[in-house]
Design a protein around this ligand. Structure first.
Ligand code: HEC
Length: 687
């Protein structure tokens, strides 16, 4: 009601000024999404519509015209560390966020920045240095009833005025002091903002939860915990009582955390349900976590709650004895399918564990579960019981002396990069990571080394990344595109029989949605992880893609491809038909190497330094100490002699903790071995 009045007031003002009646900035409501998402001019919510399809009904750009697609505009954004957000587009204005939760409103016709907001996450790092990594990952904003909702690594949910970017309210939604953090966007529906958090992977006792806030006041409406409390008196709801029974022995007291809802929610106004998935828990090995058995509800589950009250409605647990951290937190799509002659209202999810699930979205009943990637932790899912049938092949704990290849990798066969759905073709497009983790003596193997090891799998050439078009009725792939690297962008499907996806090499490509044939591709100059979206303005269809690798996996992206530097700037690029703006080429950074100290190290020491570097430093400072171009983490190869002199004070002493460089529990010798290894990398530049 309120927002109607708001809109009418702006219409009266427009009448007086004899201008057309425009919507106020960021005017998104249930009603508008329901009536207008099908027209495609705006991209109101992360999934494009309430079904979470990542689908645009626009068809001006289609399988015949796509070859005429060219760059309309490109805007470099002052965001280090890339963008992993799916942009929101409302009435000609784009809203998105990047690393450090910097938020932007951008003119969708020209690419010019209208306003910019900085929640000053960096200053929080002084207090919470453990947030250093999470602060560089932010998967976007939501826009609702005149407000832009943003989250921060230090657990704030902030509402901004969509017109001005000024803060309207802010709520502290978790405690960063306990290792909670937020990397995902908020979600919206009704008069609520829904927000989850990460953190169950940092401390054993962090319970995951989802909170709903009132959009106008920022008041907390409800909170749903995904695992029970170790204090029985706190488990008052029927759902928590049921869940508590599945934590046998001392599991709840000793550990009793887990189940972060760290990514992906789908709000369904028709059923009044909110759907989301949960992570696993520490320790990952089920036998350590729950030696007396039990399903440890609601870990690794899909959960439906009443969006208005937060009451539990149903759950489906994907991996009851999860020892592989197979999060079920990937984006959820609602699809109506004809299965065995019956019209079914389903929910589709492709979690980390490599099975694509079709569930009844009203009851959680399992309809189908089939492998979309190579999987060896389970042979199949029993459709009668809904439970996986475990395969000893991935039982790394049973063979501590062997190198056990666990498929999929613990980072998942599908991660946060959104999959898309084409409702007419009834196909799901999954960005697949088809790589194992090799676990040796319980040590979670090095991902990149694993990749280098594999050239062939099951007697066939190995492609570690794929775009799989999955048929959720026949439960098998319709077509597959092979990628040379595992981590590629999220997906957009369109009514023009197209699927758009960016890749690790920075190529942005369009495939025929029905056949997978590659129809168009451009080199953008920066690696891509985010999902594209589409909108129309003044009769023109745009396809918009954020480029610049974000999302915390920057270090697995290549620096160069085909002789070109592809760790280019963070950039927003809008494509439209018959546009011919040339793609600004990112220039390779040419940087003088400062005078370096002498290097005196044995090959063994360099080898040891490299091992420590790969384990402790690579995630931020990049593969082989080559940092992301323009990122917020320095390229250590260019460290000065002064930095080398201060090395142990920085690495062990925590001298730069205030700027997000953590302190490490390393011995002087290890720290020195890393220093020498880094120096060897510097010297190899000058050679
Ligand atoms: C969570 C991310 C993160 C990790 C992990 C990390 N660093 Fe850093 N490091 C940073 C950031 C951010 C800075 C920049 C700090 C600043 O601006 O003062 C930095 C700066 C440094 C510097 C100073 C560089 C200079 O030129 O001033 C050194 C040396 C360094 N790191 C070494 C290491 C080593 C060695 C490791 C592994 C043992 C490591 N870092 C792991 C984030 C990280």
């Amino acid at each position: 009601m309120q927002q109607w009045r708001y809109r009418e007031v702006t219409c009266v003002v427009s009448l007086l000024l004899a201008t057309p009646c425009l919507f106020a900035a960021g005017d998104v409501t249930d009603e508008r999404v329901l009536t207008e998402a099908g027209k495609g001019s705006s991209w109101f919510v992360k999934g494009g519509n309430f079904r979470g399809e990542h689908f645009s009904p626009l068809r001006a750009v289609n399988d015949e015209t796509v070859t005429e697609l060219g760059l309309a505009w490109a805007t470099n954004l002052p965001v280090p560390d890339g963008i992993s957000a799916t942009p929101i587009v409302v009435d000609g204005i784009i809203y998105l966020s990047g690393a450090y939760s910097l938020v932007f409103a951008i003119d969708a016709a020209s690419g010019s920045v209208i306003w910019q907001y900085d929640p000053d996450v960096r200053s929080r790092l002084a207090q919470y240095p453990e947030l250093s990594w999470a602060a560089r990952v932010n998967r976007g904003v939501a826009v609702w009833q005149g407000k832009v909702l943003a989250t921060t690594a230090d657990c704030r949910l902030i509402a901004l005025d969509a017109k001005t970017g000024k803060e309207a309210w802010s709520a502290q939604t978790c405690d960063p002091g306990q290792g909670y953090r937020i990397t995902d966007s908020p979600y919206v529906g009704g008069d609520s903002v829904f927000v989850g958090n990460a953190g169950s992977e940092s401390y054993e006792q962090n319970r995951g939860y989802v909170s709903a806030y009132d959009i106008k006041s920022g008041a907390l409406k409800w909170r749903f915990y995904t695992v029970p409390s170790d204090r029985p008196e706190e488990n008052r709801s029927a759902a928590m009582k049921m869940a508590a029974k599945t934590w046998s022995g001392t599991a709840l007291e000793k550990f009793g955390g887990g189940g972060s809802a760290w990514n992906g929610m789908t709000y369904d106004p028709e059923s009044g349900l909110l759907f989301f998935g949960t992570a696993g828990a520490l320790p990952y090995d089920f036998r350590l976590r729950s030696p007396d058995g039990g399903d440890n509800l609601f870990l690794s589950s899909v959960i439906a709650v009443n969006a208005g009250t937060g009451e539990y409605v149903w759950h489906y647990q994907t991996v009851p004895e999860d020892s592989w951290e197979y999060n079920a937190t990937m984006n959820i799509i609602l699809a109506d399918l004809n299965i065995d002659g019956k019209q079914r209202q389903t929910l589709l999810i492709a979690p980390k564990n490599g099975f694509h699930y079709v569930l009844d979205r009203h009851t959680g009943e399992l309809i189908a579960a089939d492998k979309f990637a190579k999987v060896n932790w389970a042979t199949h899912i029993n459709l009668e019981t809904g439970r996986p049938v475990y395969d000893p092949a991935a039982e790394y704990w049973a063979r501590p002396d062997d190198a056990v290849a666990v498929w999929p990798n613990m980072w998942g066969a599908h991660s946060w990069n959104p999959m898309a759905y084409h409702p007419q073709l009834q196909l799901v497009y999954i960005p697949v990571i088809d790589v194992p983790t090799v676990v040796t003596g319980y040590d979670n193997g090095d991902f990149v080394d694993t990749l280098e090891m594999l050239t062939e799998v099951d007697g066939r050439p190995f492609s570690p990344g794929k775009l799989v078009a999955w048929d959720p009725v026949a439960n098998r792939p319709r077509w597959t595109v092979d990628h040379d690297l595992p981590f590629n962008g999220g997906v957009l499907a369109t009514a023009g029989n197209l699927v758009f996806q960016g890749d690790a090499f920075g190529r942005f490509s369009a495939y025929a949605a029905d056949s997978g044939e590659k129809l168009w591709s451009v080199a953008t100059g920066s690696n891509i992880t985010a999902a594209p979206v589409s909108y129309s303005l003044n009769g023109k269809q745009y396809v918009l893609v954020p480029v610049g690798a974000g999302g915390g996996v920057q270090f697995v992206y290549p620096q160069m491809h085909a002789g070109e530097q592809i760790h280019g700037p963070t950039r927003l690029m809008a494509f439209a038909l018959n546009e011919k703006t040339s793609i600004p080429s990112p220039r390779a950074e040419s940087r003088p190497l400062p005078p370096q100290p002498e290097l005196d190290a044995s090959p063994e020491e360099l080898e040891r330094g490299q091992q420590v570097f790969s384990r402790e430093c690579k995630g931020c400072h990049g593969n082989n100490a080559v940092a992301r171009f323009g990122g917020s983490v320095p390229d250590l190869r260019y460290a000065t002699a002064d930095t080398h002199a201060a090395w142990h004070g920085i690495v062990i002493g925590g001298a730069l903790q205030i700027n997000g460089m953590p302190r490490f529990e390393l011995g002087i010798e290890e720290s020195e071995a890393v220093r020498r290894y880094v120096l060897s990398q510097s010297l190899s530049i000058s050679e």
